[in-house]
Design a protein around this ligand. Structure first.
Ligand code: NAD
Length: 365
């Protein structure tokens, strides 16, 4: 049996609870593909600070870099809120992303028909929505220099710089086109080229990459229109590729189409490295109660199979198990509404149910 090596960083709060479910699911599905999961579990965030006085150590970062595939839970909690910025759990996240060089953040926005009622939007608008947002993660206005605050004639002012190079745009665009090939083969690039110089560079660079992918349809949209279209008719999108700032805003907007933050997975990719984590935080208010929704972490494990292991059938099996669970009416507390046919399920019950359906799928095939 070949081995699949990953690092798991369960982190703080509900992180360990949801990560364990994701690991159990991953182990089960990999076994069905004759692969043995080899997990190195390491402390990260607040738990790492308690042990080592740092939210992440150089050794931990080195192990993540060598292993290349990392499954993360969540970090943070009120007990660490007063630490200095570089000791806070969240600092470990930024360090890890930068050490791994993950420059593309992928957020699938998939509306499960069983949950269409949980969104604040009308069911007929969102039902069938299946979008993948690819956000550039390490460039743009969040990192551009110069960046300073000064004063002019007694009036203080601040400057940020939105800078994009052709190579930065093209490497993230390639990821968008490659992932579109696994989906409906449509990419919409979002920019603000009617106003911004950096957006004109963005569009020109995207157009050049598109020539390498004649089988994928490319369209362009201005970001203000994209913000409207996501709410008006989200089903029109397949893959959206955009810069750091626009992607930050649009992905949070789009996440609300699904109704719950406990359902959203993410993947951050760069070179051979992949970092997989639920979008939600450590939810200290419910930590240790056994009621956390593990489905975002489990869906992140599906992305790990898809993008780091190149094991699409395993990814699909995990996603089908999630779908089946929801269709059978199981609901974790954060998405439970007293609809007929639904039953409230805790983290352990959801885990058991997922493992049962994965085993049934294997028996049936
Ligand atoms: P949060 O996502 O942790 O929680 C927001 C609300 O959603 C809470 O009521 C919580 O109970 C609920 N929730 C979130 N995930 C859930 C799940 N899987 N199942 C059920 N309910 C869930 O955001 P917050 O409260 O703003 O932040 C809490 C801590 O998490 C802070 O320290 C913050 O810095 C940190 N944080 C970490 C990450 C990360 O690790 N990537 C992301 C966001 C926030």
């Amino acid at each position: 049996m070949s081995e699949v090596k990953i690092v798991a960083l369960p982190g703080d709060g509900i992180g360990p609870e949801v990560t364990q479910v994701a690991l159990d699911v991953l182990e089960t599905v990999l076994e069905q593909h004759d692969l043995k999961l080899n997990v190195t579990k390491l402390p990260f965030g607040g738990t790492c600070y308690e042990e080592f006085g740092e939210p992440v150590t150089d050794e931990i970062l080195q192990t993540c870099k060598e292993t290349k595939v990392v499954l993360l839970g969540a970090v943070g909690g009120p007990q660490w809120d007063d630490l200095s910025a570089n000791k806070r759990p969240e600092a470990a996240l930024l360090k890890l992303r930068s050490e791994l060089g993950v420059f593309a953040n992928l957020r699938p926005i998939f509306v499960h028909s069983a949950l269409a009622g949980a969104s604040t939007l009308k069911e007929e608008v969102i039902e069938g929505t299946d979008i993948l947002i690819v956000r550039e993660l390490t460039g743009g206005v969040y990192f551009g220099k110069p960046r300073f605050t000064s004063e002019e004639n007694g009036d203080p002012f601040s400057v940020d710089t939105m800078k994009y190079s052709r190579s930065e745009v093209q490497r993230v665009t390639r990821i968008a086109f490659e992932t579109a090939r696994l989906r409906d083969k449509r990419v919409c690039s979002v920019d603000k080229m009617n106003v911004l110089e950096s957006s004109r560079m963005w569009r020109k660079s995207v157009l050049e990459v598109a020539e390498e992918y004649p089988d994928v349809e490319l369209s362009h949209m201005l970001v203000d229109n994209a913000a409207m279209q996501l709410i008006r008719n989200p089903k029109q999108f397949d893959v959206i590729v955009t810069g750091n700032l626009f992607g930050d805003i649009l992905s949070d907007e789009a996440s609300m189409l699904t109704g719950s933050i406990g359902m959203l997975p993410s993947a951050s990719l760069g070179g051979e490295n992949g970092l997989y984590e639920p979008v939600h935080g450590s939810a200290p208010d419910i930590a240790g109660k056994g009621i956390a929704n593990p489905l975002a972490a489990v869906a992140s494990a599906a992305l790990l199979c898809r993008y780091s292991l190149d094991l699409e059938p395993a990814a699909k099996k995990i996603e089908s198990a999630i779908l089946q669970l929801l269709e059978e009416g199981y609901r974790p507390a954060d998405i439970y509404t007293e609809e007929p046919g639904t039953k409230l399920a805790n983290t352990g019950e959801i885990s058991n149910q997922l493992l049962t359906s994965l085993n049934e799928m294997a028996d049936a095939s």
